[in-house]
Design a protein around this ligand. Structure first.
Ligand SMILES: *[C@@H]1O[C@H](CO)[C@@H](O)[C@H](O)[C@H]1NC(C)=O
Ligand SMILES: *[C@@H]1O[C@H](CO)[C@@H](O)[C@H](O)[C@H]1NC(C)=O
Ligand SMILES: *[C@@H]1O[C@H](CO)[C@@H](O)[C@H](O)[C@H]1NC(C)=O
Ligand SMILES: *[C@@H]1O[C@H](CO)[C@@H](O)[C@H](O)[C@H]1NC(C)=O
Ligand SMILES: *[C@@H]1O[C@H](CO)[C@@H](O)[C@H](O)[C@H]1NC(C)=O
Ligand SMILES: *[C@@H]1O[C@H](CO)[C@@H](O)[C@H](O)[C@H]1NC(C)=O
Ligand SMILES: *[C@@H]1O[C@H](CO)[C@@H](O)[C@H](O)[C@H]1NC(C)=O
Ligand SMILES: *[C@@H]1O[C@H](CO)[C@@H](O)[C@H](O)[C@H]1NC(C)=O
Ligand SMILES: *[C@@H]1O[C@H](CO)[C@@H](O)[C@H](O)[C@H]1NC(C)=O
Length: 522
């Protein structure tokens, strides 16, 4: 907020040289007059506004001065915009805005000691925009906005309001945008604001939303309730909001959603950072037009199979930071437009091969920080090759089951965002190695049916046994005498093809053999 003002000021100062020629000579110190209609006065020592401000001025901005009281500026009847930013204004004289009947926009912000009298704005019949932000206001007289029938935008953000009188907004028939974010409200009465389109109630202390809260606001398009203490959302509370497109319920304490809670016109819904541990199969059933759905940072460990089946317009789905362990192969069916799926930071141990069937528009997919050991063959086939993938932070088991993924990576490594972070966790011999640095031949599987065959006889009467240990195979052979030994190993791959390895131990002068036993670890 402050930063924005400073930038605006800097820009104006930068422009100063360019417009120097049109600065009127009559511009009073410490003000600057741009094109004679915009006047900016800023000086930390200025206690009162200079009287000689040109009367043709249409915009007056008073910035970072020592102004403590706003008094009458009757001669500036052409003003349409009047702004006081970051001044230590305490009070406003009763006639301060008399004669300013053309004023359309008034801002008094960043005045932490400000107090407002009931009649302050009573003469401003043309006002469409009133901004009273960051003033530490605790109380507002219930009749203060009564004559502002043209008002379209009202901002009261970053104050200390605890309560809003029921009659506070009752005459604001034209209000379209109301911002009450960052106050201390615990309940709300929106009343009959028939034309209200945008309402921001974020960062307050609202605990519950009675069924009729938004009854008088049928035109609402954007509603933010983020950062409150809401644990229960009454069924039906949004159902008559037939124009609602964006609903932000982030960072509340919601544990469950009733069926059909959300109106079918919704396009963006944020439920991030709540406490939901399950969702009903019909939670989103009517949202045919929704494009963005954010369910991240909840406690979901499973998803109903048909949860997303009607969301044919969805492009962005965020399920990150939940406790998902598995996903049915049909979970994402019906998401024909999906571009982004974020499954980062869940507990997924495996994925179904046809999980992404028909998701040809996908641009980004994150599977990072799960518990995936391998990926089924062909899982990425449906995805466009430009789709960006995140796969790091999984305990990849680099054996024959990973050959599809290994081959796929060799073609599409560019599409993986954090490739060098994709490590093998198993077997021990490949621990910590990046999947792209190992050869396909190193991705071998033990044929466990052999390893379970305890003893294998060789043609020369040698008896050997096999044992799996730590991702390797230990071969123990009892020898009649210590001669040359040749060991043929057939490793069966997933596709049924056998890989043959031959190990010859030319001179068995190995100490293990001196006892008539040779121990070999592969
Ligand atoms: C307004 O504030 C000034 C000082 O800032 C003070 O002298 C004056 O009495 C105040 N007027 C009202 C009506 O509070
Ligand atoms: C408004 O500006 C016009 C010139 O644009 C001027 O003639 C008129 O006197 C101004 N009105 C007031 C109240 O200063
Ligand atoms: C917010 O409101 C509560 C009562 O609802 C009050 O106890 C608390 O002091 C208020 N906080 C501030 C910063 O005014
Ligand atoms: C309300 O004000 C906050 C800043 O305090 C801003 O981030 C938010 O976008 C505004 N809400 C609306 C609906 O414009
Ligand atoms: C969904 O979007 C279409 C096309 O934009 C629109 O015609 C339809 O009325 C919308 N449906 C709802 C329930 O808002
Ligand atoms: C999808 O929507 C139709 C009606 O719009 C409804 O009959 C059906 O039950 C919904 N399906 C799911 C899985 O929610
Ligand atoms: C994929 O799309 C094709 C063509 O639209 C369709 O025939 C097929 O049933 C879809 N497959 C799945 C699993 O949805
Ligand atoms: C493992 O090897 C045995 C003996 O050669 C063979 O019969 C079996 O089909 C193999 N199993 C697999 C899964 O390849
Ligand atoms: C040699 O064989 C004896 C008895 O068969 C056994 O106790 C001993 O541990 C063996 N030594 C080695 C080095 O394998």
């Amino acid at each position: 907020m402050k930063i924005f003002y400073v930038v605006e000021l800097l820009l104006l100062q930068l422009c100063r040289h360019a417009v120097l020629s049109i600065i009127t000579p009559s511009c009073p110190f410490p003000c600057q007059c741009f094109s004679a209609t915009t006047v900016i006065c800023s000086d930390t020592k200025m206690k009162t506004l200079p009287v000689e401000i040109p009367s043709q001025a249409t915009a007056l901005i008073v910035l970072a001065s020592d102004l403590r009281q706003i008094i009458s500026q009757k001669h500036l009847g052409n003003l349409t915009k009047l702004v006081f930013l970051n001044n230590p204004v305490r009070n406003i004289s009763h006639d301060a805005f008399e004669g300013l009947g053309n004023l359309q926009e008034l801002e008094i912000s960043g005045s932490p000691f400000l107090s407002l009298e009931a009649g302050t704005f009573s003469k401003l019949h043309k006002l469409t925009k009133l901004l009273l932000n960051s003033n530490k206001l605790r109380i507002i007289a219930p009749s203060i906005f009564d004559s502002l029938e043209k008002l379209e935008v009202l901002q009261l953000r970053a104050n200390l309001l605890q309560d809003l009188h029921k009659a506070l907004f009752h005459t604001l028939f034209n209000l379209q945008e109301l911002n009450l974010s960052s106050n201390n409200l615990s309940t709300i009465h929106m009343g009959k604001l028939n034309k209200l389109k945008k309402l921001d109630l974020s960062l307050n202390q609202i605990t519950d939303l009675p069924m009729d809260t938004f009854h008088g606001n049928p035109q609402l398009q954007t509603l933010s309730l983020q950062g409150n203490q809401i644990s229960k959302v009454s069924p039906g509370i949004f159902s008559y909001l037939n124009n609602l497109e964006e609903l932000n319920l982030r960072n509340n304490k919601i544990t469950m959603l009733s069926n059909g809670l959300f109106p079918s016109c919704l396009k963006k819904l944020t439920l991030r950072g709540n406490s939901m541990d399950h969702l009903s199969p019909k939670a989103f059933t009517d949202l045919h037009n929704i494009t963005h759905l954010d369910l991240s940072e909840n406690l979901l460990s499973f998803l109903p199979i048909k949860l997303f089946h009607n969301l044919s317009s969805l492009t962005h789905l965020d399920l990150s930071k939940n406790l998902l362990q598995e996903l049915a192969s049909t979970t994402f069916r019906g998401l024909f437009q999906i571009k982004l799926i974020n499954l980062q930071e869940n507990e997924l141990t495996s994925l179904e091969a046809d999980l992404f069937t028909n998701q040809t528009s996908m641009m980004r997919l994150s599977l990072a920080r799960n518990r995936l050991e391998n990926l089924p063959n062909d899982i990425f086939e449906p995805l466009d090759f430009q789709c960006l993938l995140k796969l790091h932070g999984n305990p990849w088991r680099c054996d024959c089951d990973l050959t599809y993924f290994h081959d796929w990576l060799s073609y599409y490594s560019r599409t993986v965002e954090d490739l060098s972070q994709v490590f093998c966790t198993n077997p021990q011999s490949l621990l910590g190695m990046s999947l792209t640095t190992i050869n396909k031949e190193q991705l071998v599987c033990m044929n466990t049916s052999i390893s379970k065959t305890q003893a294998v006889s060789s043609n020369s009467g040698t008896r050997c046994s096999l044992q799996e240990a730590d991702g390797g195979v230990v071969v123990r052979c009892k020898l009649m005498k210590c001669t040359d030994l040749k060991l043929d190993m057939y490793l069966n791959q997933e596709d049924g093809e056998a890989l043959k390895y031959t190990i010859t131990l030319p001179s068995l002068e190995l100490f293990q053999c001196s006892n008539g036993t040779v121990v070999l670890t592969v």
